[in-house]
Design a protein around this ligand. Structure first.
Ligand SMILES: N#Cc1c(-c2ccc3ccn(Cc4cccnc4)c3c2)n[nH]c1N
Length: 244
């Protein structure tokens, strides 16, 4: 998979060279290229922003550099998917991560200021698939942090990136896990600061362990994310529970 990221702060994407994503890049599972948007400017000051039409605070990113960048990175006829990070985008979730993991090419546009001129997305959509995406209901200063999150989320789903693919199956939000949150996990020592590992996990009884883990996942999901519960697990009674 080829991933291109365009930003005025390309160094912000340096952490992608670390850990699992970095290894996937080294082994060629992912071909990552990070570009400086200013390379597509032509004035002495390498200007990427201007004042907003209609007034208002802040500056807007000019369309010309973005248009030229996308022309160069996505030649006519290329099958590519453009992600534009924006607080007003569709919520990024595990389903979209899985879709992206299967794409041959993904280009990620990281805006700054008050955002990118809306015509960039409009024009790009005439020749590639475009998704305006948000990683959550809070406001960042730009798209780079969101790009790091999204790339990590889909890269780990690419076959060969994670050593043990079985570990993906039981994770929170994974389709195989009925969208339940992940059960609590424990490791040695069995007793730590007066706190014991749940006895069932030491029993070696795999049936009981599986059942216990599902119960904990349902309990946690009901408490923290009831909207994720499958209908079969929903209960309407008011339950007084610890806030943890
Ligand atoms: N994905 C995502 C995001 C962003 C985000 C993404 C790109 C840009 C480009 C500029 N800003 C600052 C900005 C501030 C206020 C209004 N509009 C824009 C961005 C914020 N914020 N929160 C998210 N979940």
């Amino acid at each position: 998979m080829r991933v291109d990221v365009v930003s005025i702060f390309p160094d912000y994407l340096a952490p992608l060279r670390l850990s699992l994503v970095g290894k996937a890049i080294e082994t060629g599972l992912i071909d990552l290229a990070v570009h400086d948007l200013r390379d597509w400017t032509h004035d002495r000051h390498r200007t990427v922003d201007d004042t907003p039409y209609g007034g208002g605070a802040g500056m807007v990113m000019r369309p010309e550099p973005w248009g030229e960048a996308l022309d160069d990175l996505v030649p006519a006829g290329t099958d590519a998917r453009l992600l534009i990070m924006t607080p007003s985008g569709r919520p990024f979730d595990q389903r979209l991560a899985a879709e992206l993991a299967a794409e041959p090419r993904v280009i990620i546009a990281c805006g700054r200021y008050e955002g990118i001129d809306a015509r960039v997305a409009e024009h790009a959509a005439t020749r590639m698939r475009v998704d305006e995406v948000s990683i959550g209901d809070y406001v960042l200063n730009g798209g780079e942090a969101a790009a790091l999150v999204i790339i990590e989320a889909f890269a780990r789903l690419i076959p060969g990136v994670i050593g043990n693919p079985e570990s993906l199956a039981e994770e929170s939000h994974s389709a195989d896990h009925d969208q339940l949150l992940e059960y609590p996990v424990y490791t040695k020592p069995a007793a730590w600061r007066g706190l014991e590992v749940p006895e069932v996990l030491l029993s070696g009884h795999h049936g009981r362990i599986t059942a216990w883990r599902h119960e904990r996942a349902v309990e946690l999901t009901r408490r923290r994310r009831p909207e994720l519960l499958p209908d079969a697990e929903r209960t309407d009674e008011l339950e007084v529970r610890p806030a943890v």
